[in-house]
Design a protein around this ligand. Structure first.
Ligand SMILES: [Zn+2]
Length: 356
């Protein structure tokens, strides 16, 4: 989704062993790189600050499985047409898999499934989340979004702008398929010539799916473990009291069984090796941000006030909106840990303070 736009994503420290990147440069738009026999890497340019998403094309006997699709812009439709006719040899897409429901991953899924009469595979929660989030005029959605922004300190005019922005992003998704082949954590699924273990994690999305094949040593990691940027871990208006950072940090243990030398195929950036190092870096990044949050909140602050301190270089209402989600993820985690409390006492506004 556009919230994964990189603007509010912290770079995480890289003091430990550097990651290894087997490919020097990504495939150009419309071209593919074979990352393992029968698995092609294509890069889809995005209209956001985070300017691309990787998709994976897995060769099947009767066509292709496509993992993630990008979003609906004229350029991306054209690019897919070129991939279908070129590297994919005019063979049909028999199955589309969604790692999760953010618009840069699932935006063209409905279009592709309808075009090829493909199967659609994903987790139930991400499918439902996407059907709600990328649809205009879902009752009570705008009012909940507005109340959430006001509660966190936005002025009414800025809150209106953010509610309007969100509506614009909805046009980047085609209507989601009306059916789903559901996958759950621990399932096994055959994609191409390999059998993959499904790893469903919270944090970046509610039920994000990764796919691990221990025999070939490959993990299709979606947005959950990105190499260069920290995946956006954010609170949104639908679940304002959630603790996605707690979910994210506890998800790392789900990858304990992934072998050290595994090739990680991420949705942004380049394939890499070094899962242990990367998980350590991501954990360290969030520990630093939690410390900074607790320190700043010695002085009672709204979510918006703290966002400006945590992201001092960010400008523009839209970007501050993204920063708010990430700031609240750190606040809510500290609230869940009992370190921070909402001390506002006024209806309709929250002010957080670190407990003495
Ligand atoms: Zn995402």
């Amino acid at each position: 989704m556009p919230r994964v736009n990189g603007t509010a994503s912290g770079m995480s420290g890289g003091q430990s062993t550097p990651l290894e990147y087997p490919w020097g440069k990504p495939p150009s738009p419309g071209e593919v790189t074979e990352v393992a026999p029968g698995i092609l890497w294509a890069r889809i340019p995005l209209p956001f600050r985070l300017n691309h998403v990787n998709v994976w094309l897995i060769e099947e006997d009767d066509g292709w499985t496509v993992i993630d699709t990008g979003c609906a812009t004229p350029e991306i439709y054209r690019l897919w047409d070129g991939l279908f006719a070129g590297p994919m040899g005019g063979r049909k897409v028999t199955r589309v898999v969604a790692t999760h429901g953010h618009v840069d991953h699932i935006g063209l899924t409905g279009w592709m499934v309808e075009r090829f009469d493909s199967d659609f595979v994903g987790t139930f929660t991400e499918w439902m989340w996407a059907r709600i989030s990328h649809t205009h005029d879902v009752p009570r959605s705008d009012s909940a979004h507005r109340a959430y922004l006001l509660r966190n300190g936005f002025a009414p005019a800025d809150a209106e702008e953010l509610v309007r922005n969100r509506a614009e992003f909805m046009d980047l998704a085609t209507p989601l398929p009306g059916f789903l082949t559901e996958i759950r954590d621990g399932d096994r699924i055959r994609l191409g010539s390999r059998e993959w273990q499904v790893i469903v994690t919270g944090g970046h999305a509610h039920e994000h799916a990764s796919f691990y094949d221990p025999d070939s040593g490959i993990l299709i990691a979606g947005d959950h473990l990105l190499p260069k940027i920290s995946p956006v871990i954010a609170v949104y208006e639908m679940l304002p009291k959630a603790d996605p950072l707690g979910d994210y940090l506890s998800s790392f243990a789900q990858f304990d069984g992934v072998a050290d030398g595994t090739l990680i195929l991420p949705s942004h950036g380049s394939p890499y090796i070094g899962i242990r190092e990367r998980i350590a870096q991501l954990g360290e990044h969030h520990r630093e941000r939690l410390e900074a949050t607790a320190k700043f909140l010695a002085e009672p602050s709204t979510g918006l006030e703290l966002s400006k301190k945590m992201f001092p270089k960010i400008e523009g209402v839209a970007n501050i909106g993204f920063a708010l989600g990430e700031t609240l993820a750190h606040i809510n985690h500290l609230v869940h840990l009992g370190v921070v409390a909402d001390v506002s006492g006024e209806p309709g506004i929250s002010r957080y303070k670190t407990k003495a």
